[in-house]
Structures are given as C-alpha cells and as structure tokens.
Design a protein around this ligand. Structure first.
Ligand code: KG4
Ligand code: ZN
Length: 347
C-alpha cells in the first residue's frame, strides 16, 4: 500500500510517500522559519501564500524521490485541520485535485491524529498508549485507544508549551524560534538563582497552564537591567525551562495514573511535537517511564515536528479500516480529536 501525505497546517510545507510496510519512500519538508523570523512568530497570510507557492513542486519532488507516479498510489491524504485555515485550504485542495485527477481515494486527516499515530509508524507499538503532544500550537495528554479513538485526559487551559517558550525567548531577547534558543541559553544557566512558579502542580486532573509562568518570567525579566546580559538570559532561561519541565512532569505523572486505571494494558508513554526536542523534558519523561513501568518512546525529531509522513501514515491506518473522505470535505480551522472533551479549553 502506498499513500501520498500532504501537510500545510502551520509553517511547514511537506509531502511524503509512505508504504504499508512503514517505509518512508520519499519525503520533503520546507520550513518557512526564515519568512516568519522578522515578525517573531508565524504570520498566517505569509504562511498561506508560501504553501501555495511551493506545494506543487514539493509534491513532485517527494514523488520523484519515491520513484513512483500518481498511478501507483492507493490514496492521497492531506491535513484537513486544525490549523491556520489558509494553509489547510492549500493542502486540502492540492490533495483533492491529485485524488480526483488520478481516481484515487482522498483522506482528510486530523493533524493531531497524524502526531498521535506516529509512534506506530516509527515503533510499531500496539494500542493503547499515552501520548504527550507538546508543540507550538498544542499541549495535550491523549489516551490513544485505536484509530479514531482518542480520549483527551488533559489540555492547556491557556498557552501551548511551545508558545510559552517562544514568548519568553522573545521577551528575553533570545530570538525566534524560542524553544531551541531557550534550551541553548539554559545549558549555561544557574538553576539556583531564580525560581519561577510551577503552574498546576498538585492540582487535580491533567490540564496544563503556562500563561501564569510566562507572566512571572516577564516580571522577572522586567526587574533586570535591559538589555539582558548573557548571564541573566541564561539564568532566566534555566529557571523557565526547569519550571516547565517540573510542571509538565506533575501533569504527566497524573496522566499515567489515570491511563493505567482506565486502560490497565497500557505499556507505552510517547511524546510528539516540537517541544519533544527539549532534552530536559525528555530526561524528565524517561524518569517518569522508569518510575511507572511504562516504556518511554520518542519518534526521531524530524517525525516529532510537523511533517507529511505522519499524515500519509494516518491515511494508511484509516484506509486499512476501509475509511476515506468525500471530495466535499471542508477544511477545518478547529477540529478536536476527542469530541467529548470538555469545552472551553483550547483545542
Ligand atoms: O511541532 P512544531 O514543530 O510545530 C507546531 O507548533 O506544530 O513545534 C514548534 C514548537 C515551537 O514553539 C518551538 O519553540 C518548540 O516547538 N521547540 C522547543 C524546542 N525545539 C522546538 N521547545 C523547547 N525546547 C526545544 N529544544
Ligand atoms: Zn504539529
């Protein structure tokens, strides 16, 4: 089985061909980082135009790398949401056009489902497993019970984890994107100089919160002489990163407890999303895995961040269950994975 995947929901334009044997045959990811850097964040209009400018060429390149034509595909899968709607429309329309022109089934994939099923592409693990998805747009704990069967155990009630890293980096003059910059600065920071709050720690449930911590970091930065010295930047970064890791550890421990109580056959704890690149967070998760007897897995970094192989793979999982979508599918800016999840929290 061969599926073409297309991803364009944020600031990566990507195309990939994946086989039912879990091989990535051709893969291209174009990051728009340089286009958004001057603005210190993703600008939706710029993102949409850039997806439009590059998508055709990237699909052709991925097909060429895989050495196949559209006639060899079993289906075309494109991210149908959630995400920046201009970009989602570009990917969905491209996917529909290829599917229609080559008479193949079309699948509209939930971007979060792409992240959620990635560990089955990279490690072939069985359901159920616990997933921490932490990216620039999302921070959730999901019980992945099966294809299309996701229970959200917790989510952020305000900012996503990556968003907080990006904002604190900006305030501290560390540049964009913030996550890698904060991690690099934190490596030389003194963990004892500043202490920032651990949001939600000890609270019932598994929800996350980062806006209070972000504000505390802002007040700390404002109390220091401007522009921040390298030493101050490093110490602030270290305090912030420690607080994030500690707060997340508390939430994940609770998530594991709930997961085990409801799905006792759970064996794996998995992480996905760009924040999974953070070494301090990874070390924390390895520790939690050891404590709780779950095996901790992290897909390789290029499959943790946004990519099209995960979309193609989710397409394969759905196709195997006999599912596909109608060409009338409408792109969705919001699309919760767990329709029963509590309303009010950010998707
Ligand atoms: O998954 P991703 O590539 O894109 C989406 O948001 O969907 O995640 C990007 C986010 C950014 O907020 C970035 O600052 C954060 O992941 N990030 C990190 C690190 N590398 C990337 N956060 C903390 N530590 C890192 N090393
Ligand atoms: Zn993502």
């Amino acid at each position: 089985m061969l599926v073409l995947g297309i991803e364009s929901s944020c600031d990566e334009t990507a195309a990939a061909i994946v086989s039912g044997e879990r091989e990535i045959l051709g893969e291209v990811v174009l990051s728009q980082l340089d286009e958004h850097r001057p603005f210190g964040g993703v600008v939706p209009e710029i993102a949409a135009r850039s997806h439009l400018a590059h998508m055709d060429r990237l699909v052709a390149e991925a097909m060429e790398r895989a050495g196949v034509g559209f006639d060899r595909l079993d289906a075309v899968a494109a991210t149908g949401g959630p995400g920046l709607i201009g970009g989602v429309i570009v990917g969905v329309m491209t996917g529909k056009a290829i599917a229609l022109a080559s008479s193949k089934p079309f699948l509209a994939i939930n971007h979060l489902e792409g992240h959620a099923l990635t560990p089955r592409l990279t490690h072939d693990i069985p359901f159920p497993y616990l997933l921490l998805l932490a990216s620039g747009g999302h921070c959730q704990l999901l019980a992945v019970e099966g294809v299309g069967r996701y229970t959200r155990l917790g989510t952020t009630i305000d900012d996503a984890a990556g968003e907080a890293f990006d904002k604190v980096a900006k305030m501290a003059g560390l540049g964009y994107p913030g996550g890698p910059a904060v991690e690099k600065a934190a490596a030389g920071g003194d963990p004892a100089r500043f202490t920032l709050p651990r949001p939600m720690k000890g609270k019932p449930g598994c929800d996350f919160s980062f806006s209070g911590l972000k504000n505390a970091a802002r007040l700390l930065i404002e109390s220091l002489p401007r522009p921040l010295s390298e030493r101050d930047q490093a110490d602030v970064a270290r305090a912030f990163q420690d607080a994030v890791a500690d707060s997340m550890a508390d939430r994940v421990r609770r998530g594991v407890r709930e997961m085990k109580a409801r799905w006792p056959q759970t064996r794996h704890l998995v992480v996905a999303g760009g924040v999974a690149a953070n070494t301090a967070l990874r070390q924390t998760l390895v520790r939690i895995g050891r404590e709780t007897g779950l095996e901790f897995l992290a897909p390789p970094l290029k499959l943790c961040t946004d990519n099209a192989a995960m979309i193609a793979w989710a397409g394969i999982e759905r196709l195997r269950l006999g599912q596909s979508d109608d060409l009338s599918f409408a792109p969705r800016p919001r699309w919760p994975l767990d329709p029963n999840a509590r309303k009010g929290a950010k998707a």
